[in-house]
Write a protein that binds this ligand. Structure first.
Ligand SMILES: [Zn+2]
Ligand SMILES: [Zn+2]
Ligand SMILES: [Zn+2]
Length: 347
């Protein structure tokens, strides 16, 4: 290990490394200052695949090990999640001091400690079972190579690119997200004030809210939204019968929803619990929540709060709703990972 904590090979997530694990890297000792601790470190550069853009390490190996994150994208190595999301799930307190004075000493000590221990910080080992479960559900399961794509062609954007299919840059229009463009690597590293993380946590909280068992134990039905038109009552029955005996499954194609009524509370709770990891039937993701208490008199089937805006409220964190950036549906992304990010265009 080098004095700066650097090694023969950088600490990278699968996505940043690219599809070919034998990729050639250039290595520049003391090439730049780490964006987190400001100490000079060994910078690696490589091309993660055809049609991709060159990548480089942004933070030093010591900083990366301390938080078990990738030296380039600063996402958690084990789950591909923002530090803020991981630490919220695991209830980890900030331990790396932000202030420059303390940080120098801290980093020097930390580097020595890591050298003796020799490994990355063990994060998920410390987690409570619920936190570990949450991470498992939110984790990105596959590498996401799209993140490494070439930058957008700035000439194309102005309608002036003459290189056509020979152009090494992408010919598409950029889509910006104003809130996301304000994020920075230091905040993401420390897990503070990270808009992508906030959005992921809000989504997870909304799902947990919908799936918390209602106090009224007479409720034994689930309300299912986003039912794709291609799904049949038989599809839903086949899926939900796995958790216990069904009383009925009522599909309402007009509203893309369904009511799944169980004979017992235990079965409904089992189905709701299973839906915490997301519910996918026939390749379509469904939103599952608890139904309401049955009204007295003729049976009336309604959504959890009986109005069309319930899901909107449940999703939001109170602020204005922000349109998701491209790629947000599968976990969110940062401008620094987004080839269309400002300041990153070709030339
Ligand atoms: Zn550093
Ligand atoms: Zn990475
Ligand atoms: Zn072009």
């Amino acid at each position: 290990m080098d004095a700066d904590g650097g090694t023969e090979f950088p600490i990278l997530c699968e996505t940043c490394l690219g599809e070919n694990p034998y990729v050639r890297m250039t290595r520049e000792k003391m090439g730049r200052e780490c964006k987190v601790c400001a100490r000079p470190f060994t910078v690696f550069r490589w091309l993660p695949g055809r049609g991709m853009r060159y990548k480089k390490t942004e933070i030093c190996a010591t900083c990366a090990r301390l938080k078990n994150v990738c030296q380039t994208c600063v996402l958690d190595l084990e789950h591909g999640l923002p530090v803020q999301v991981r630490d919220a799930a695991l209830s980890i307190q900030e331990t790396v001091p932000r202030q420059d004075g303390n940080r120098r000493d801290y980093m020097a000590q930390a580097a020595g400690r890591l050298e003796t221990v020799g490994g990355a910080a063990d994060y998920s080992g410390r987690a409570q079972p619920a936190g570990r479960e949450m991470l498992k559900q939110m984790a990105r399961k596959e590498p996401y190579y799209k993140r490494n794509r070439a930058h957008i062609c700035s000439f194309f954007v102005k309608g002036q690119c003459t290189r056509g299919s020979e152009c090494p840059y992408r010919h598409e229009m950029p889509q910006a997200d104003p809130e996301l463009s304000k994020q920075n690597i230091v905040d993401r590293y420390h897990g503070n004030n990270d808009p992508v993380a906030r959005r992921m946590l809000a989504r997870s909280a909304a799902r947990d809210d919908r799936l918390a068992p209602p106090e009224d134990r007479s409720v034994t039905s689930l309300f299912v939204r986003d039912v794709d038109p291609s799904l049949t009552q038989a599809d839903l029955t086949a899926h939900f019968a796995a958790f216990g005996d069904l009383k009925s499954v009522a599909l309402v194609p007009k509203n893309s929803c369904a009511f799944v009524n169980y004979k017992t509370r235990a079965a409904a709770e089992a189905a709701a619990q299973a839906a915490r990891g997301g519910c996918v039937v026939g390749g379509h993701a469904l939103r599952v929540g608890w139904g309401r208490a049955r009204p007295k008199g003729p049976q009336e089937l309604r959504g959890p709060s009986g109005d069309a805006h319930a899901s909107d409220r449940a999703q939001g964190s109170g602020g204005p709703r922000i349109p998701a950036p491209p790629g947000a549906a599968d976990g969110g992304m940062y401008p620094s990972q987004d080839p269309t990010a400002q300041g990153a265009a070709a030339k």
